[in-house]
Design a protein around this ligand. Structure first.
Ligand SMILES: Cc1cc2nc3c(=O)[nH]c(=O)nc-3n(C[C@H](O)[C@H](O)[C@H](O)COP(=O)(O)OP(=O)(O)OC[C@H]3O[C@@H](n4cnc5c(N)ncnc54)[C@H](O)[C@@H]3O)c2cc1C
Length: 418
């Protein structure tokens, strides 16, 4: 494969490159440690090795398997299984990435080391931090207790909670009321909650048609693909979905299953509460925006606070119009990998990165819609901004887009994990 790495920057997720063998026996020219093997971290680990196999790359991930949030709403709806969204990390070995299964417990910027739960420390020349999000359970009184009891789930990190919420939905009686609580933006995957509501409503329509699904949205309006979701709901689920804006969760009473909202108290048989979010906790010392997110230089994804440390994915404070998505994290990873290689080898950094995003959402078991955008460095504003006229949304939902959505998932899994 002779194409240069610059060829691929911003080109999306559909390029799964042939693997480069590790440079056997030779001393690496530099060491990169990547914290977190999700959409951002796994992509960065793979692409650094792919583009410069002289660099040693160690990826530290706490989980044994990669479980994809994209497509996980279909597991809740019963049209996919958790196995369908669960992938191994073994493909990264082909690129010479060392995958360490452990919890990173501390980042030591002075010694340039990350500390692991088992006690070992990993030295680095450059560090990539990609921990995704963590939840702010303490922000809503009663939520931490409800969550730890296992009765109220978020299922906003795909895995055991996805399976458990599916079981709760199956156990809900026909005629039961199910409520989804959405936090104020920004949160991971802006259209995700509306996709979740749509596909669960489809399940209710088939399996328990007297049930209701109430969306309690803390935001004043749908934050993504508004017209397309509203049309799907009124065409397909007019007696099932009810949408309530300005319904921020203030407190949760787990004893009575009552959500205290700003305007009223709301009782349901089953709640799915998506909590307010922040950068993954290991990134805490890097947080510089609103006490929640990590500010970065979008030319390199280097932290605004600590030189030599690059932060990618959902943990970053987004540029204007930039969603917290798997596709975007994958693009962050490619820009950051290119910069890390340049900075380690003395090559010039690409000062004009371009990133792209397409988010598909299912609105039924087969039909989907999309939103797409292109984001380009703007020297005057010193950030990346959406390119006018380069994006947009579907004109209408279709089964063809449903096929594209599944193909997109297969492509990005291959691009991310090898
Ligand atoms: C229901 C749902 C549907 C979605 N659908 C889409 C979609 O259709 N398209 C799309 O583009 N995006 C979608 N998203 C969003 C997407 O999942 C996220 O934007 C993406 O996962 C962000 O990637 P990331 O690498 O920042 O974080 P993650 O993918 O969450 O990866 C972070 C990783 O870091 C690990 N980690 C964290 N801290 C530590 C530590 N201290 N030590 C070791 N490991 C650690 C975690 O275990 C995790 O594996 C969806 C999200 C949800 C919830």
């Amino acid at each position: 494969m002779t194409l240069s790495r610059r060829h691929f920057l911003g080109a999306g997720a559909s390029f799964a490159l042939a693997g480069c063998a590790a440079v056997g026996g030779e001393k690496p020219i530099a060491r990169v440690v990547v914290v977190g093997g999700g959409y951002g971290g796994a992509t960065a680990a793979k692409y650094i090795r792919n583009w410069d196999p002289r660099i040693e790359v160690t990826l530290v991930e706490r989980n044994e398997f990669f479980v994809s949030c994209p497509i996980s709403n279909l597991v809740l709806a019963g049209t996919k299984r958790i196995e369908d969204v669960t992938l191994p990390y073994t493909g990264l070995g082909r690129y010479g990435v060392k995958v360490v299964r452990d919890e990173v417990t501390a980042l030591d910027f002075d010694k340039k080391q990350v500390r692991l739960a088992r006690g070992e420390s990993l030295p680095y020349d450059r560090l990539i931090v990609a921990p995704g999000i963590d939840f702010q359970f303490d922000k809503v009184p009663g939520l931490a207790a409800a969550e730890s009891s296992g009765r109220v789930l978020h299922a906003w990190k795909a895995g055991p909670q996805t399976v458990a919420l599916r079981r709760q939905l199956e156990a809900l009686p026909n005629g039961g009321v199910f409520a989804i609580s959405i936090p104020k933006a920004p949160y991971r995957c802006p259209p995700g909650p509306y996709e979740r509501a749509s596909v669960i409503a489809q399940y209710f329509k088939q399996a328990k048609p007297r049930s209701k699904l109430v969306i309690l949205d803390a935001n004043p309006d749908l934050v993504s693909k508004k017209g397309l979701f509203l049309k799907a709901w009124s065409d397909l689920y007019p007696n099932i979905i009810e949408y309530r804006p300005n319904s921020e969760l203030i407190e949760f009473d787990a004893q009575r299953n009552v959500a205290k909202l700003q305007v009223e108290d709301f009782k349901a048989d089953l709640f799915n509460i998506i909590p307010p979010q922040q950068a993954g906790r290991i990134a805490q010392p890097l947080i510089s925006v609103n006490n929640l997110w990590v500010g970065v230089d979008f030319q390199t994804f280097e932290s605004a606070k600590v030189p030599g440390v690059h932060v990618i994915g959902d943990a970053t404070a987004a540029a204007p119009g930039m969603p917290k998505s798997g596709f975007m994290a994958n693009n962050h990873a490619k820009v950051a990998s290119d910069s890390v290689i340049a900075l380690l080898t003395g090559a010039p950094v690409n000062r004009e990165p371009i990133l792209t995003n397409t988010c598909y959402s299912f609105v039924s078991d087969k039909e989907a819609v999309h939103v797409a955008s292109v984001h380009k460095w703007d020297a005057a504003q010193k950030t990346v901004v959406p390119v006018a006229g380069a994006g947009g949304v579907s004109t209408a939902r279709s089964a063809l887009e449903g096929e594209y959505a599944l193909a997109w998932a297969r492509n990005i899994w291959s691009d991310t994990l090898g």
